[in-house]
Design a binder for this molecule. Structure first.
Ligand SMILES: Nc1ncnc2c1ncn2[C@@H]1O[C@H](COP(=O)(O)OP(=O)(O)OP(=O)(O)O)[C@@H](O)[C@H]1O
Length: 256
């Protein structure tokens, strides 16, 4: 069974078909890339998969169940977490609190226990803090835990956003241009981290990335979107040699 299945998906804004006849099948444990020229519809596809937009037509099934009509928070609870192209952190909160917040959809203590700060509240809050720090360690942010999120350099804010998404314990993690704004060295480290977290947490990952050589290096399968439709999918080698892809990227280097 596919972990994620999207079929005949479309989204129309006014007269513009931002996504049309979009098809994607992802198996548990895969690391998949979604690429395409500017304006191809990649972010719109993510917004459909995460309930930010409702599709005009089509099917989206996650873990065997339709997620059409669900709100973004309900989709997160089902096990899909994401990051955004324009980083969305709680910018005035500390680095640690940004990650701790993601855990609060899973807490078991009651409101009364929280208000009176007794019982399970203390134990769970302590556990949450320990787990949040573990995530910060993975993303090499532990030493920044008390800093205000907005004061972190850009690359660290991106890593913090991924740490926060992971803390929601997703089965599927969607990353919208995770390496945007990073230098080549940071990008390489990030890609290694993404591979590592996939293996370590048994995750499934779908990422949008502009840097072709990077996506080819890290992803096992790639979908190519152009003018809202998937024009090709396959292994990096198949994608590199696909004439439709070469044409879509005409004038750009498909792979270095
Ligand atoms: N809320 C919206 N209302 C109207 N048009 C929209 C909306 N969101 C996206 N579009 C349009 O849909 C098309 C696809 O945009 P989208 O942002 O999904 O592309 P993208 O592949 O993510 O682009 P980029 O690589 O530049 O981020 C574009 O023509 C865009 O202008």
């Amino acid at each position: 069974m596919n972990l994620l299945k999207a079929e005949k998906l479309s989204k129309v804004f006014g007269g513009l078909k931002a996504v049309s006849n979009f098809e994607m099948h992802i198996e548990k444990g895969e690391l998949i890339g979604l690429i395409g020229p500017n304006g191809a519809g990649k972010t719109t596809a993510f917004n459909l998969l995460t309930g930010v937009y409702q599709p005009t037509t089509g099917v989206i099934e996650f873990d065997g169940e339709s997620v059409i009509g669900l709100k973004p928070f309900q989709i997160t609870q089902k096990g899909i977490a994401r990051t955004f192209q324009n980083i969305r952190l709680f910018s005035e909160l500390s680095v640690l609190d940004n990650v701790k917040i993601a855990y609060h959809s899973h807490v078991k203590y009651s409101v009364a226990e929280a208000v009176f700060r007794v019982g399970r509240y203390f134990k769970e809050e302590q556990e949450i803090e320990e787990k949040a720090i573990e995530f910060l360690k993975i993303f090499k942010l532990e030493h920044k835990k008390d800093e205000i999120a907005k004061n972190l350099p850009y690359g660290e804010q991106r890593r913090l956003e991924i740490a926060r998404a992971l803390a929601a314990k997703p089965k599927l993690l969607l990353l919208d241009e995770p390496a945007a704004g990073m230098n080549p060295q940071e990008t390489q480290q990030l890609m290694e981290m993404i591979h590592w977290i996939r293996d370590e947490f048994g995750l499934t990952i779908l990422l949008i990335e502009h840097d072709m050589s990077l996506v080819m290096g890290v992803c096992e399968r790639i979908y190519v979107l152009e003018y809202g439709s998937i024009i090709a999918h396959g292994t990096p080698d198949e994608i590199k040699n696909n004439p439709k892809v070469i044409e879509a990227y005409l004038g750009e280097e498909v792979v270095s």
